[in-house]
Write a protein that binds this ligand. Structure first.
Ligand code: GDP
Length: 341
């Protein structure tokens, strides 16, 4: 009996050191397992994930992290497929693709769809594609995406592409974990600046007008000029590199080298002027601060006494017996009371 439970425990707890060694050796299966561990919400997995990250962290950071966003249908998956192949074959890169989806609205089907749409890239030995996590995780979405980046880098990937698959909040999340934020756009008829929020345009380090092929080529060229003019009106970028616009066709693998030069020029400028490192340090600090907030949430709202106090006070707040602010203070005092002295 004792023997049995010992065995079960052994199966449930992977050896972190072995897993880390396999990741560092570039083993794809181990990398997938590591990411799954980091995505897990179980307390015991969290501990193992922390250990894994601790081992991998010193081996991370040697990559370019590219965030890609754009409205659904703009061609993100198609672009990542052809740009990924371009990076591997022409720039000799090793490419990992991750997806961030804080809204977690995607069904498993569409996640698999991502992989099947990236036909060539998904089977390439120098590419790793990780679909977005399937279920919502309270406040934990960003940290496991950041941890996935660390693991991919430790596994030897030098180019990490992070795709936003949600709308709204996901752009900010991805901007906060990447070095270069690329906005894919379409040339519309007329209203070029409609359909994409100005805030997203302001966040972009570069823009690509996709689907510049066939009859759309001229439209794309015109849109490029219009967007470039519009960008001149924006405040100067903190990076010291003013955002540029290019056209491309993801479908026909046209102008992918222009897309790459957008990124390369940005990297040259920001690595020289120190912004690249400054941004990475700022991102680590932001990750730290977010993690503290998550810890507070988990510990505060997971506390039984606190939960009881909240449900008690909720009624009093509704009946205007106590102000919401004072009630919140009482909740926090209750929490402090439960802590060991
Ligand atoms: P996503 O929703 O942003 O990931 O967009 P997809 O990559 O799924 O592309 C949406 C549709 O646009 C698909 O039918 C693609 O084949 C098509 N598409 C993507 N890139 C191009 C392009 O460069 N030219 C043309 N003509 N069609 C494209």
């Amino acid at each position: 009996m004792q023997n049995k439970s010992f065995k079960r425990k052994k199966v449930a707890q992977p050896n972190v050191k072995t897993l880390a060694d396999a990741i560092l050796a570039g083993n794809f299966t181990a990398l997938s397992k590591g990411i799954t561990l980091c995505e897990s919400k179980k307390v015991e997995d969290r501990k193992l994930a922390n250990e894994l990250i601790k081992i991998c962290l010193p081996h991370s950071g040697n990559s370019i992290r590219i965030g890609i966003t754009g409205v659904p249908g703009v061609g993100k998956s198609t672009f990542i497929e052809s740009f990924g192949i371009y990076l591997i074959e022409k720039q000799h890169k090793k490419v990992a693709v991750l997806a961030v989806d804080p809204s977690s609205k995607r069904s498993r089907g569409s996640i698999l769809g991502d992989k099947t749409r990236m036909n060539e890239l998904s089977v390439h030995p120098k590419a790793f594609i990780r679909p977005s996590p399937s279920s919502g995780s309270l406040g934990g979405v960003t940290h496991h995406s950041r941890e996935s980046i660390i693991l991919c880098e430790a596994a030897g990937f030098d180019t990490i592409i992070v795709e936003t698959v949600g709308v709204g909040q996901s752009e900010i999340e991805v901007k906060e974990m990447t070095d270069f934020f690329l906005l894919l756009m379409l040339a519309g008829a007329g209203d070029e600046l409609q359909g994409i929020k100005r805030g997203i345009m302001e966040m972009a380090d570069g823009m690509l007008i996709n689907k510049a092929d066939g009859e759309n080529l001229l439209n794309a060229k015109r849109a490029k000029r219009e967007y470039q003019n519009a960008l001149h009106l924006f405040p100067a970028a903190e990076s010291g590199s003013s955002p540029k616009v290019e056209i491309c066709s993801a479908l026909q693998a046209f102008h992918l080298e222009k897309a790459w030069s957008l990124i390369e020029n940005y990297l040259n400028i920001t690595q020289q002027n120190g912004y690249f490192e400054k941004q990475r340090q700022g991102q680590l600090k932001a990750w730290f601060n977010k993690s503290i907030q998550e810890q507070v949430n988990v510990r505060l709202f997971g506390n039984t006494a606190v939960k009881e106090k909240i449900s008690l006070l909720e009624q009093q707040v509704e009946q205007r017996n106590i102000s919401p602010t004072e009630a919140a203070e009482q909740v926090f005092e209750e929490f402090l009371r439960t802590l060991p002295r």
